[in-house]
Each structure stands twice: as C-alpha cells, then as structure tokens.
Design a protein around this ligand. Structure first.
Ligand code: URA
Length: 227
C-alpha cells in the first residue's frame, strides 16, 4: 500500500521538542493522565465546559481515532463519541470490521466549546482556536505515548490539520496512509458529523460508504502490522 511522507508543517512529536508539561506527563498511565486532565486549565475552555472529556478505550489499541472536541452529549457524559456523531462512527467501524472494544477514541481538544443559541437552551458547537488546540496538545501526545497505536485516524479537518499540517485537505487526501513520527500510519477521513448534515438519504448513504471504505483501509493496515 502506497504511503505518503508527513507534512513538515504538522505539529510533530519528537523527544527533543517535548514541552515541560509533556515531560511531566511522560510515564503516566491513562488513568493517571485522565485524573490530571480533569483539573486542566491550560486554556479558558474549562470555564464553560462541564468537565474534561479525556480519551477512552483500549490502552494498547492498534487504532486510535481523534476527533475535534467533545460535543454537547459528550460534555454532559464525560465520554468521547457517545452522541449522534459517535453513533455514526461506531456504525462505520462495525461495517468496516473494526471491533470498537479494540480502539481508543479521543479528541484534539478535551473541553466542549460552545455558545448559547439565540433562542432556546441549545448549546451551539464552536470551532476551537489554534491556541486552544495547542494548549491541549500535551494530553494527546501523552495518550499517543501510552497507546502507541499502529494507525492514528484523524476525523475531520481540525484533527487532520493539527496532526498532518495546515495545508492538509481532507477532501483531496482522505484515506491516504501517511508515515509519521506519531504512528506507523496516520490517516484522515471525514468527521462523522458531516454525514449527519448530508442533504438527503442518498448522499448520506454515499458518504457513509466512503467513510466505511476509508476505515477498511485502516483495518487492513492494522491487521497487517499485527501479523
Ligand atoms: N465530535 C468529536 O469530534 N468528538 C466527540 O467526542 C464527539 C463529537
């Protein structure tokens, strides 16, 4: 399978450029990291989020999925991908033959960023800023050091551009397996929430098929690496 080289502008992890916080987090277990992240105040999102939503899943998962940030339901539950987008992701994993007990799910930002709807009580998702993604990065790096996945799957542009470089285009480069210091292969596909926004049933089904096809490549690579 053809693999591309990582884009140099991505925020890559190398032991030389570990920040002091990353050094402090080195050697911790996922449970210890989760407890420490619960008190994170590295950016202001802790003020409006209900809680830190740390990653969850198998500590030695071969596949790690990384989304943008928890949504409304994840913020209330304290768990990633338990809302509508998570349901799409789990369905796509099942169709691609990926056992969801063997993956690790996380986000580049671990607090829900939102603003109140003009009318009613809804909390509207807001895209995180670069500074918020950067402030949260030591947690993702620490998760990567513990889990050491064979494949890191970026869901959507926010995750893809923070891990594969600002010029990365999900629409043009989705499904490519890219060699990176982060994992033997890093790849990006659409965020499952984009499927929820499909204009009709036919395009929803087509987008779902394309997501499943991307995940089949991920499953194939992870299986090959395990053999
Ligand atoms: N969207 C994300 O990017 N992450 C979640 O955990 C839920 C929705």
């Amino acid at each position: 399978m053809k693999r591309q080289a990582a884009n140099k502008s991505a925020l890559l992890v190398s032991s030389k450029d570990l920040s002091p916080i990353s050094v402090a987090l080195t050697g911790k277990t996922l449970a210890e990291l989760r407890r420490a992240a619960a008190d994170c105040k590295a950016c202001d999102l802790w003020k409006t989020g209900t809680q830190t939503v740390f990653g969850e899943g198998a500590s030695k998962a071969r596949i790690m999925f990384v989304g943008e940030q928890p949504g409304d339901q994840e913020d209330r539950a304290g768990q990633p991908f338990v809302g509508p987008a998570g349901k799409i992701l789990h369905k796509a994993m099942e169709e691609a033959g990926i056992d969801d007990t063997e993956v690790y799910l996380t986000n580049v930002v671990k607090h829900f960023k939102w603003s109140p709807a003009e009318r009613g009580k809804r909390r509207i998702h807001k895209k995180p800023r670069y500074s918020e993604i950067h402030a949260c990065r030591p947690w993702l790096d620490a998760e990567l050091r513990v889990v050491q996945p064979q494949v890191l799957v970026c869901l959507g542009a926010t995750a893809a551009q923070s891990l594969l470089g600002r010029d990365f285009s999900v629409s043009r480069q989705r499904g490519q397996l890219i060699k990176s210091p982060l994992a033997p292969a890093v790849t990006a596909t659409v965020h499952p929430s984009s499927i929820l926004r499909a204009p009709d049933g036919e395009s929803r089904r087509a987008q779902m098929r394309a997501l499943v096809d991307d995940l089949k490549k991920v499953a194939q690579f992870a299986t090959k690496r395990a053999a």
